[in-house]
Design a protein around this ligand. Structure first.
Ligand code: NAD
Ligand code: TYD
Length: 340
């Protein structure tokens, strides 16, 4: 297969590319990535010398570039997105641009060139807050943040191209993902790197909102399974099947690093904070996939990776990172002061 992997220099995309080059040496992979603050071409160092890999720096919103690249591929796997909820709450515009408009540009190029597969990497957050039970692929999308609304918008463009032009599309909806090479703004790498430096771990609200954390290797294998064995036109949930609160993540990270509980700091809750996500992944399991990395093991390994790869993350925690950090996290007392 000749693949165009957009957003392949990010966290999950680069894992997918590393796995593809190693497991399918007959494939050819072109990565298209804009290298935003979250993209890092060094994530692809392990495959940089492979003859069947090529990196192109560029924007999925650039129709001319995308059309040129899509001409020579059998499949598109779209990871490219703005992906952090807190940033979407501050400035939604770029999320709509990349996650909706950018998806449209890729779909349009796919339609023109007639690719065999278009896989859209989406998220379980499109189902919105799930009070009880687990979302199946038949459930309605009820996104509640600018990020999840943009991802749902991207999905709807994908559905439109399936219905209108019979484009062979597949969508995956993965749950919260963790592992090596994750930009240290999401909860797990943020808490690990803060704890290494004896800095406080900012827990939103009472810390009881839960997520279903899946290891990046399992998520990327799930996407590969859907790509190669999935049925065109189908959506596939990709989850681990757990429920871990923010407070528990803090305890697990502090435990793994042997750091004191006094590093936990409750901060003002995220606006519109979704309390719970949970997906049923039976459809993907029906294709033979299942998660292989137990959460406690995966977390310890991830902690170890961040300990051993400070040269990867330290440069990322500077300048703009701390400016956003200071704007984003507010002490709990601010709630009381504003009578919230
Ligand atoms: P990430 O932020 O680490 O990576 C996104 C990548 O896309 C970066 O390399 C960035 O440079 C690139 N990019 C952004 N805008 C672009 C543009 N306009 N053109 C080209 N490239 C662009 O994100 P991630 O965590 O690896 O997530 C990848 C995908 O998986 C996203 O679509 C996200 O919505 C989805 N997802 C993520 C999670 C998670 O927990 N991280 C869970 C489920 C689904
Ligand atoms: P996050 O990693 O941002 O993923 P998402 O919001 O896309 O699910 O957040 C995961 C959970 O952790 C969510 O309930 C919010 C919480 N959280 C904190 O408590 N503190 C933090 O600093 C961050 C980033 C998240």
């Amino acid at each position: 297969m000749r693949l165009l992997v957009s957003g392949g220099a990010g966290f999950i995309g680069s894992e997918f590319v590393r796995q593809t080059i190693s497991n399918h040496p007959e494939d050819r992979v072109v990565v298209l990535d804009k290298l935003t603050y979250a993209g890092n071409v060094r994530n692809l160092d392990p495959v940089a010398q492979s003859a069947n890999y090529r990196f192109v720096e560029g924007d999925i919103c650039d129709g001319t570039l995308v059309a040129e690249l899509v001409r020579d591929v059998d499949a598109i796997v779209n990871f490219a997105a703005e992906s952090h909820v807190d940033r979407s709450l501050e400035a939604p515009g770029q999320f709509i641009q990349t996650d909706v408009f950018g998806t449209y540009v890729l779909l349009e190029a796919a339609r023109a060139s007639g690719v065999e597969r278009f896989l859209q990497v989406s998220t379980d957050e499109v189902y919105g807050d799930v009070e009880e039970g687990s979302s199946t692929e038949h459930d309605p999308l009820r996104p509640r943040s600018p990020y999840s609304a943009s991802k749902a918008g991207g999905e709807m463009m994908v559905w439109a191209y399936r219905a209108s032009y019979s484009l062979p599309v597949i969508t995956t909806r993965g749950s919260n993902t963790y592992g090596p090479y994750q930009y240290p703004e999401k909860i797990i790498p943020l808490f690990i790197t803060n704890a290494i430096d004896d800095q406080l771990l900012p827990i939103y609200g009472d810390g009881s909102a839960v997520r279903d954390y899946i290891h990046v290797a399992d998520h990327a294998r799930g996407i590969d399974t859907a790509l190669r064995q999935g049925t065109a036109g189908q959506d596939y949930n990709v989850g681990y099947g757990g429920a871990t609160s923010g407070g528990e993540v803090a305890d697990l990270v502090l435990g793994a690093l042997d750091k004191p509980a006094s590093l936990k700091q409750h901060v003002r809750d995220r606006l519109g904070h979704d309390r719970r996500y949970s997906v049923n992944s039976d459809r993907l399991r029906g294709l033979g996939w299942r998660p292989l990395v137990p959460l406690d093991h995966g977390l310890r390994e991830t902690v170890q990776w961040y300990r051993e790869n400070e040269q990867w993350w330290r440069p990322l925690k500077s300048g703009e990172f701390w400016e956003f950090y200071r704007r984003n996290y507010k002490p709990l007392q601010a709630d009381a002061a504003q009578g919230l």
